[in-house]
Design a protein around this ligand. Sequence first.
Ligand code: DAS
Length: 340
Amino acid sequence: MAKTAPDVLSPEPLPRVIVLATGGTIAGRADPRSAVGYNAGGVTGEQLVASVPGLDRLAALDVEQIANVASQDMSEAIWLALAARIRRIIDWDEADGIVITHGTDTLEETAFFLHLTLPASKPVALTGAMRPSDAPDADGPANLRAAVQAAASPQSQGRGVLVVMGSDIYDPRRIVKTHTTAVQAFESPETGPVGAVDPATIRYFAPAPAARRAPLAIPQTVPLPRVAIVYAYAGMDAAPITHAVQNGARGIVLAGLGNGNAPQVVLTALNRATRQGVAVVRATRVPAGEVNRNVEVDDDASGFVAAGGLNPQKARVLLQLLLSNGVTAPAALQRAFDEV
Ligand code: DAS
């Protein structure tokens, strides 16, 4: 049977992808302050998309500028704007996938916030870069292309929020920035990436996770409940706990030693804080492994929550959202941490 000419009159429509730009090094521009100086957030999302040859052959693209900040200046207000805009894109079926360009410093927190507040129906691929847009070794264009490829792929449907860096696809619950300057700056300790972006295909290493519980409601106003992170160290006293409570913290996340441990004087202060109505979550400063309940600390007696596999910065995001959704009892908080 002779091959018929491709149906040029009605070619398959391209997948629709909306790119939401927020700034970061991917949008960075060199600064003369030093040979390596640069300012994040100097290039628009439109300029980023235009700088990647062939992107318009992967998807029908629209670009929206949500912010243009270095992500060390990422804010709760921008989180709410992103979540609300993506929720509308999903509810109104405005696109098949979404890409967010973002700084790398807080990328894992934004990705996790969106993972918690959005349904998983459409892929939301976050990406960034470790070199500014005008660097000779700029990694942004390749990362942006990979993110569009992932967001446009039918295989990504139902996988919700993803992080795409290099040719790796990560789960937002597990990804963490592990290097200050290397181009390969992200890892998921113990679990590794969940998929890969090849030049012409997307591969996932396991089926999409089972449908999660309903997303947490997107808070309508900022600031979100104040949750402090207290970093533990040898010989510390209870002052950081006392100061957090005095500053109005409604939650405290301990970036603890080992399995979420801390000196007894600190545990006593945390106990006192729970009795004052402050939610306490034990996480760890250790980069891999889980924090378990009732090992060296009597969580049941203290009303503490064990963070499981969440690092301190992600445990803080989850606790903020739970508190803003009215979840305050230790048992209910623990269930939510166990289900994430
Ligand atoms: N300062 C970093 C940020 O904006 C730069 C980067 O994106 O790596 O997160």
